[in-house]
Each structure stands twice: as C-alpha cells, then as structure tokens.
Design a protein around this ligand. Sequence first.
Ligand code: ZN
Length: 393
Amino acid sequence: MTATTLKNVRPMASAATDLHIVDGQFVADAPETAETIDCGGCILIPGLVEAHTHLDKSLLGLPWYRNEVGPRLIDKINNEREVKVSLGLDPQVQSERHAILAMSHGCTHIRSHVDVDTHHGLAGVEGVMATREKLAGMIDIEIVAFPQSGMMIRPGTSELMDEALALGADLVGGIDPCGMEHDPKGHLDTVFALAEKHGKLIDIHLHERGALGWFSMEEIIDRTVALGMQGKVSISHAFCLGAVDRGYVTGLHEKLAENRIHILTTAPASAPVPAVKELKEFGILTGAGCDGIRDTWGPYGNSDILEKAMQVGMRNNLRRDDEMELALDICTFGGAAILGVDDYGLDIGCRADCVLVDGETLAEAIVTHAPRKLALKGGKVIARDGECVLEAP
Ligand SMILES: [Zn+2]
C-alpha cells in the first residue's frame, strides 16, 4: 500500500484542508504512516487535460526550424509531409518529448491526433503507441488516427486508417470534408464506416469557416443521428461556430446538444472560435487543447493547458471570475468527460491525478500560470517546480 497526505491544500481554491491518497485514489483517511507533503496553502485542481494536440510532429529538441511555408492549409500539409523526411523526424522521440513537456505543466491526460498518410504509413501511430506504453502510469494518451493529408484526394489512405485502428488507435479522425477533400459524402461516409467497423469514437478537424463549415457540420450531425452515434462524436476547432450569423449557429448548437456531439476548441488567435459560454448554455460538452506546438505549421505553443485556459478566456472575452472558472472547467472536467475519464476529480474515490497551482483564486492561477509546484498522477509525483521527473530524450 502507498499512502500520502497532502497537508494544508485548497481544493479548487476552497478553504485549506488535508487530502488523503491511498493506492492512487483520494480517500477519507490515510494511515498515520502516510508520507506527508506540505502544500503551503496552494490551490489544488485536477490534472490538466490536453484534449487536442499532435504528439507525433512537434520539432521540440531539434534546431530552430525556419518557417517559410505558404499561407494555405494545403501548403502547410504538403510542406510538413516533406520536412518530416528531410529532418528525419522520429514520432516516438518527438511524442515522448512533447508528452514530458505537457507533464511538466501538470497534464495527466492527452488526446493526440496522429498523422496517417501514404508517405509515412503507420510510423506516426506506431511511434506514439510506443511512447504511450513507455509513459504508462505517468500520463494517459489517447490516439486518433488522423488523415491529415486527406483520404479522398490521396487514395490508399483509408486502407491505412483501417490498419491504424486495428493496430491500436482509439478514435477515427477526419478533416475538412469540403474545403480539403472536395467530397463531403465520400470523406464522411468513410470516417463513419471505419468507426462502425472498429467500434471506435470519432473526432473530426473542421477548419472550414462560415457556410461551408455549417454544411459539413450538418453532414456530420446527420450521420451521427443515422448511425445512432450520439455521444461518440467530437468536432475539433469548429471555427464555423464562431461566425457572425448567430441565428444559424444557434440552430447548430441545438442539434449538437441534442445529439451529444462534443466540441474541442484550440482558441487560436487567428481564427473565429466557438463561443464557449453559449456552448455551456446549450449543455454541449467542451474541451480544449494546444493543437500542434513548435512544428512546421507554426512556432508557437508550450503545451501548457493552464495557459490555454487563459487563451480560451481571452478569445471569448471572459473577464469575470466565474467566467474564468468556466475556462478552467473546459481545460479539466470538460476534456476529461469527452475523453471518457470516469474517475476524474478531487472527490473521494477519484484517481489522484492533480496539480498544485499558485494563486489566491482560480482566476489568478489561470492568468499567472506560474510553474506548477507539484503534479501527481495516480498519487505518484510526475512534476515538481515546473519540471517533469522524467528526462526528455
Ligand atoms: Zn489539430
């Protein structure tokens, strides 16, 4: 038996108390022999949930990449396929570096999209699966087989997606059925057929804006209803929900809520974003993620989901403390619910995945996002003073 007592800690910024952990779970009492950790009155929150990223292709640990990529989505996609080869990018090494960086900030769960294409085959999925195995018990990693380069415009990819799912990918990914694939029926029928065949959930990248995105979203909703996949489909980015025409968006919100389709926002500075307060009002589960970081797409990002909570706040004009708490809820409980983590939280019986953060209130902890004093996964220390206990390769 392992036992720990977190002394003088403030769960979700409430009054200071002691919390007990036995064999990785929060319990009412710990034996007197329990190891004690003095938390110095710091706030404790559940482990941060990175619900949308790309572990296979950051450039962490490599020399600075000079970005001279064209402006279109397809420019970035085509460039990346080539650069992965010229840099000799190893998805196992990169995903381990990336996951360890996330852990240093107190992240305990990751959903990662991983490229599947005819250039690189299943190398990405195999690499991230190896990292998942290596870091088991320290962080949970979910893998989305992601046809980044398209399936309709790149024959042979859907067969590889099928293999990736048989190999161990957890979800079926998809991407811009109209804007990129120019074949919404072909693309979405393939995505949903793969999900049905393998009994997997779906998470689709939808960058399409305005009416094009609305059309694709309606097509996703129709298939979710037809196949009875309510609660099993997520849409990432969903920039079209940030459109100015709120009348149409409200109609979509109603359908998304009715069919329990979840939204994952990356709250970028450069695109319209789903309005998180409206999503909450409609009861639509919402999570957040950093998306790709430090990669051939762009130089930004550090894999800190607490900082992402601040960006969700900034992009949604959240100023009040209760609004900031919503941003944090999205980056913790929202993501965890979408990832299907059922023993998540700080209550008795929950798995002791948690982070000590600095601040008088939750809002202050978000805007400060100071280096995390301590992060635990199943009661085990994974990070201290902003450093992961594991060394990156
Ligand atoms: Zn993405």
